[in-house]
Structure formats: structure tokens, C-alpha cells
Design a protein around this ligand. Structure first.
Ligand SMILES: [Zn+2]
Length: 293
């Protein structure tokens, strides 16, 4: 934008020398530099491509590795990542990454358990695979004459391609939790991150499975879930609820000291969804307490 403005300015002052100088600096010089860079890349890349193709087509070691690779099938178990943005500082401070993980494991424990198992299987299989890979010991043997190619360079390229073709399955599984504090317009403020090992996750799942009806017997687990549920009332959602209820208390019609109330309280299993939220004034909210009405 600025360059164009400068050019407009210069041309309107009809000073051609300055205009051409600017054109040279901003347009021609970068173009010439890119062309030079491209030529250098081609000079290096074209011979390398010849070596790489020869190695991929004629290396005995790489052929053996490819055969091995088709024999070993690894499961897909990438790290799971949860990211949650908070636009309310109090909730952000109140909720830990562990709380958030506990909350999510209520819903995703089956999927996470399957990933943990896959990573474990991969680990066992990978040990056997690497043993077989180490037994391939024929670098520098080709099923075609190398002719004009440089043998040393060929082995170097072969080594690189061989390493590149060794499989790297997902053998470690973790769950990463990222909590982000933003402003109400989503601008980033700060964040906290933690990754959890299969052992930590399994321990939480065990405690999550100790429940009576909808309630978790372990107090720590239950408190974490309640904290996260409460934190789901973002400032955005809060304003939406006020707006929907015409900025009035649903009981007495007051327009002052409004709060968002959970109709079925969180401690009784209520969720932070619009159908379970209502606008109350502070007075009515205190009077309501944890009754459901
Ligand atoms: Zn009221």
C-alpha cells in the first residue's frame, strides 16, 4: 500500500528518475534475486535427483526395507489435544488443565483408552521391527551398474533415503490440554498447557467409573467436573442469556444486579446449556439457592 502511495506521489510530481529508482528497488531487484536463487537450487537439485532415483530403484537394502515395511502394520495413535478458550478470567484461574481433562474423559474415555492400547501394541511391534531393520546390512549393493555415478556420494544418498524410509509409528501416547484466556473479542491474553501420560489418564478413568447414578463418588473428580461445567458460562453466553430474557429477572422483573442462574444446579447434575440457564436478579438468586424451580 505504502509503495503504491509513494509511486503515486512521485509520478504526480513527474520526477521520472526517482520513480524508476523506486521501481528498481521494489520490483526488479527482488525478481532478479529470485531467479538467481532458482538457478542455484536447480544446479544442486538436478544431480541429487539422479542419485536419489538410482538409489530408490536399485539399492538392495532399500528394497529389503520396503519389503519389511509392508510386513509391519502399525496402528494410528496420535496425541490427543484439547483446547478450550475462556473469556472470563475468574473461570480461567479457577479451572486447571487436570480439571478439564477429567471433564472431557467423561465423554471420550473409550476413544482415549483405544489410543493408549494402540500405542502399547505399536511399541511392542516397533521393537521387533527395529531388530529386523538392523539386520538389513547391505548398504552399497545395487542390482544395476553405477556407471558414472560417484560411489561415495551414492552411499551417502542411500543412507539418507534408507533412514527416511524407516517407519516411525506412534509409540508414545499423551493427552495435551491447552486452556487459553482471551478477551471477549477472542484476542489472546495467556494460556496454560499440560500433557498427561497413559498412567495418569488410566488412574482418572478408574475414578470416573466409580459412580452412583449420575454422580461420581470421588469428591475431587466431582469438584473438577462442577468447576468446568460452571466455567462453560462464558461472558458471550451470559450476554446471550440476558438478551434472550430481555435483561430482566425472570422472577420479579427487576433490571438490576442480574446474574445467570442454572435452573437445575450444577451440583445436582445441571448443565451450562441455554435451556438450563435463566436471568435472575441477585436477590432472587440467593433466595432460590440450590432449589430447582
Ligand atoms: Zn428478581
Amino acid at each position: 500500500m505504502d509503495i503504491i502511495r509513494i509511486i503515486h506521489y512521485v509520478s504526480s510530481n513527474s520526477n521520472d528518475t526517482v520513480l524508476y529508482a523506486l521501481l528498481g528497488i521494489f520490483f526488479i531487484a527482488p525478481a532478479v534475486l529470485s531467479i538467481i536463487a532458482l538457478i542455484i537450487v536447480l544446479i544442486i537439485y538436478i544431480p541429487f535427483k539422479k542419485y536419489r532415483e538410482f538409489v530408490l530403484n536399485h539399492s538392495i537394502a532399500i528394497k529389503n526395507l520396503t519389503k519389511l515395511n509392508s510386513k509391519y502394520k502399525f496402528g494410528h495413535a496420535p496425541w490427543k489435544e484439547y483446547t478450550k478458550a475462556y473469556d472470563n478470567q475468574d473461570f480461567y484461574n479457577d479451572i486447571s488443565t487436570l480439571d478439564y481433562l477429567i471433564y472431557q474423559l467423561q465423554y471420550d474415555q473409550k476413544e482415549i483408552k483405544a489410543s493408549i492400547q494402540k500405542a502399547l501394541n505399536n511399541k511392542t511391534l516397533y521393537a521387533a521391527y527395529m531388530k529386523d531393520v538392523k539386520e538389513i546390512n547391505k548398504l552399497g549393493e545395487y542390482d544395476a551398474p553405477i556407471e558414472k555415478l560417484n560411489r561415495e556420494k551414492l552411499i551417502k544418498v542411500e543412507n539418507k533415503q534408507f533412514d527416511r524410509l524407516i517407519k516411525t509409528p506412534d509409540i508414545d501416547f499423551k493427552v495435551k490440554v491447552v486452556l487459553v484466556l482471551t478477551k471477549i473479542n477472542d484476542a489472546y491474553v495467556t494460556s496454560k498447557t499440560h500433557s498427561y501420560s497413559p498412567e495418569e489418564i488410566s488412574e482418572i478413568i478408574k475414578r470416573l467409573n466409580q459412580k452412583r447414578g449420575n454422580y461420581y463418588l470421588n469428591k475431587e473428580i466431582w469438584d473438577a467436573i462442577c468447576r468446568v461445567e460452571r466455567g462453560k458460562v462464558t461472558n458471550k453466553l451470559r450476554f446471550y442469556i440476558y438478551n434472550r430474557d430481555h435483561n430482566r429477572c425472570r422472577y420479579c422483573g427487576s433490571t438490576r444486579n442480574l446474574e445467570v442462574d442454572h435452573i437445575i444446579p450444577i451440583s445436582k447434575g445441571g448443565k451450562s446449556t441455554p435451556d438450563n440457564l435463566q436471568t435472575l436478579c441477585h436477590k432472587c438468586n440467593v433466595k432460590k439457592g440450590t432449589d430447582i424451580y
